[in-house]
Design a protein around this ligand. Structure first.
Ligand code: ARG
Ligand code: GLU
Length: 704
């Protein structure tokens, strides 16, 4: 009887374990995951998700801007993504009198949609395995650098050939540390217009306090539209461009999500390092994360204070601050998660049993006997260089003025090649943009403080004195637009060169740029070695774990991750329900604290329970479902990704992970790792009732 109970228990454990580690390549789903996905409740086939010949869900999933995901949700090129993914674009369109961050923006018709210069939306047309072609001519006897040279030149050649023959943009990416290479054919649209943007009180509700945390009440979404030329092809912005007609638009399902429902997230995860050795994890925990956290904390203190007191500075720095604060907090969570979960010890134990397996047979010990030791040596060798590089990135380059010294460098190298010095005037536009995005006094304080921290951290190679920094901010030709314009008045080439060479921000920029490059050259050989050892290690791991499915680390390519809608037990004695509602947001309302101010109109809708068809009954109250948790393995870049149900219908938009699981980029724990999504019903409620944009709702295909 006991035995029987025990086996039933084991059985229950296996079937209830629904979190599934992995970010899978969509064109390999049929072979690798389809069966498991169906067992978990999926009601479509791998072909519905990815199919080159017939159009599939893939055609509705896009790269949004530089590092987010978006989904096409109407036949008229409407794209849904996160609020924080559209934040930079909305900030750039804002001014003190038109503050779209604080007040939101809702176009009332297509004419009112606002063009967003610099923004793009990219579709994946096809993915092709080019591993053999990329490895052509590479032999086991080559040195790491010869091998690397061969691979890089093969990649450049194939990309060029494929671009010419297909007419699409091409990019080849490396997988499993150069064990596989896939080519991506893409189509990039650049006439993108803002359609709807909730106010911060909805889209950024909870701010940095609630970021990376549960329970969450952020309506983190925004709406854009893709425009194309009359042949439905990418075109530069033009008033007469037409709405893009997509190959596929998602169907939205407002029938609701239940615990244990199958879900999948389709998007472009940016970077993970799941196969790091214990020394690699130690590098993150002992060097990288602590430096980043300490330096960003200082930077944020200065920025936050300046933004609080001054609306103009707030608009200038809002987007920059959000990016810095986001990863600051992420690394804190990651470090804590790695510590609590004993990541180094876990990796060491795995490595010990791997090494035991390697040593058992002559053949494996000959092939893989050294790989772990060689990796350990690589990490030791690069210790100082890695530390230095991170200090330069996080401290030195946080000075926007010194970083902008690069423009003087560009002018300097252009001087001799120009017909007339007059053409240097083209740099004026860039500088005008620069002055719009910087507050000199804030930048000055940041530089002073962070360069001090740099000196303290890099005792061996200190930089500065306060006087040097003062000189940069008082004397540099790029410290004000007037001074910059006076530079453009210089008519003699040699004079201009001398002036630039003596400019203190140029000199400082040039110094650190060279130092960083020299440092990187030093480690480059080591990095190549590291990479080539990981190449061997990954092959060895797959042999060691025969039968196990392996997924490649995220590298900003299209992936599918799947799991279930489910809450979590993040700590002993604590439990996270799977969803939140508008009522919870209202309870957090605090008019005294910027991050928790509910907009008046939302309060009014709440008081009248004016929820349209998006309401549910929860705990005896009529409310609107707001966010939900699921066990999908996501990372940065998955922001804005469509969260789909068993039939491939849109039930939410991914935007975050829970605090206790932020270490999942390095160590995935099925019990702790959860992604957070905005419920599609909250999105639609906000569009229709808060934004009064029923005209947008009418474009959508909504099912129940
Ligand atoms: N943590 C989410 C992500 O990684 C949301 C970030 C929103 N930004 C913020 N600073 N609150 O992108
Ligand atoms: N908010 C993240 C992003 O910008 C997604 C959350 C995560 O890192 O999982 O992509």
């Amino acid at each position: 009887m006991k035995r029987k109970l025990f086996f039933t228990f084991l059985f229950l454990c296996t079937i209830s374990l629904s979190a599934k580690e992995g970010m899978w390549l969509p064109f390999l789903l049929e072979k690798m995951n389809e069966k498991e996905m169906k067992d978990m409740g999926m009601k479509m086939s791998a072909k519905d998700i990815y199919d080159i010949k017939n159009g599939s869900l893939k055609d509705a999933v896009v790269i949004f801007g530089g590092g987010c995901t978006g989904e096409v949700i109407s036949e008229q090129g409407l794209v849904l993504t996160n609020h924080h993914c559209g934040y930079g674009a909305a900030a750039a369109l804002s001014s003190v009198s038109h503050d779209y961050l604080t007040n939101g923006y809702w176009a009332r018709n297509k004419e009112e949609e606002l063009p967003c210069p610099g923004l793009s939306v990219t579709f994946i047309v096809n993915i092709i395995d080019v591993t053999d072609k990329v490895k052509e001519g590479v032999t086991g006897y080559m040195s790491d650098s010869t091998k690397n040279f061969k691979i890089t030149s093969n990649i450049a050649r194939i990309e060029k050939e494929m671009k010419a023959s297909s007419g699409y943009d091409t990019q080849i990416k490396s997988f499993f540390y150069d064990n596989a290479f896939y080519l991506f054919l893409t189509e990039k649209f650049t006439d993108i217009r803002l359609v709807g943007f909730p106010p911060n009180g909805v889209g950024k509700f909870g701010g940095d306090t609630d970021n990376w945390a549960w329970p969450r009440h952020t309506g983190d979404f925004s709406l854009f539209r893709i425009y194309a030329n009359k042949n439905n092809k990418p075109a530069l912005y033009a008033k007469e461009n037409q709405v893009y007609k997509p190959k596929r638009a998602l169907t939205l399902n407002i029938g609701g999500v239940k615990e244990k429902d199958f879900t999948m997230v389709y998007g472009f995860p940016g970077r993970t390092q799941e196969y790091l050795t214990s020394d690699g994890v130690a590098e993150v925990m002992n060097t990288l994360d602590p430096i980043r956290i300490a330096l960003r904390e200082k930077k944020l203190n200065i920025m936050d204070a300046a933004m609080r007191d001054n609306k103009e500075i707030f608009i200038k720095y809002a987007s920059k601050q959000a990016g810095i604060a986001n990863y600051y907090k992420k690394w804190k969570g990651e470090l804590l998660g790695l510590q609590i979960n004993d990541a180094i010890a876990k990796k060491k134990a795995q490595e010990a049993s791997f090494q035991k397996w390697v040593n058992e047979k002559k053949i494996t010990s000959e092939q893989y006997g050294h790989v772990l030791a060689d990796l350990a040596t690589c990490y030791k060798t690069q210790q100082h260089a890695i530390l230095w590089n991170e200090y330069i990135n996080e401290a030195i380059w946080s000075s926007d003025l010194i970083k902008k010294g690069s423009i003087l460098g560009n002018m300097l190298s252009a001087i001799d090649t120009l017909q007339s010095l007059d053409s240097l005037k083209k740099y004026q536009t860039e500088m005008i943009g620069f002055y719009k995005s910087i507050d000199m006094a804030t930048d000055f304080s940041i530089t002073k403080q962070l360069y001090k921290m740099y000196d303290a951290g890099m005792e061996s190679t200190p930089f500065c004195s306060d006087a040097q920094i003062d000189a940069i901010y008082y004397n540099s030709y790029i410290s004000t637009i007037e001074k910059f314009n006076s530079l453009l008045q210089v008519t003699n080439r040699e004079d201009l060169k001398t002036v630039i060479q003596k400019d203190p921000s140029y000199k400082t920029y040039h110094y650190f740029d060279s130092v960083q490059k020299a440092n990187l050259i030093l480690v480059r050989a080591n990095l190549l070695k590291l990479n080539s050892q990981y190449n061997i290690y990954l092959r060895a791991l797959q042999e060691y774990n025969k039968g196990k499915q392996f997924y490649p680390d995220a590298n900003s390519t299209l992936r599918v991750t799947y799991g279930k809608v489910e809450g979590a037990i993040p700590q002993d004695g604590m439990s996270y329900a799977f969803n939140t509602t508008l009522d919870g947001a209202i309870r957090k309302n605090n008019p005294m604290v910027e991050e928790f101010k509910i907009p008046e109109k939302l309060m009014d809708l709440y008081n009248r329970k004016d929820y349209g068809r998006y309401s549910i009954m929860q705990n005896g109250h009529k409310t609107v479902p707001l966010a939900f948790l699921a066990s999908n393995h996501t990372t940065g870049g998955n922001s804005g990704s469509p969260v789909l149900n068993a039939k491939g219908e849109l039930i939410g938009t991914n935007f975050d992970r829970i605090w206790e699981g932020t270490m999942s980029d390095i160590l995935f724990d099925p019990n702790l790792c959860r992604n957070i999504s905005v419920d599609i019903r909250y999105t639609l409620f906000i569009i229709e009732k808060l934004g009064d944009a029923k005209w947008v709702i009418d474009e959508l295909k909504i099912v129940q």
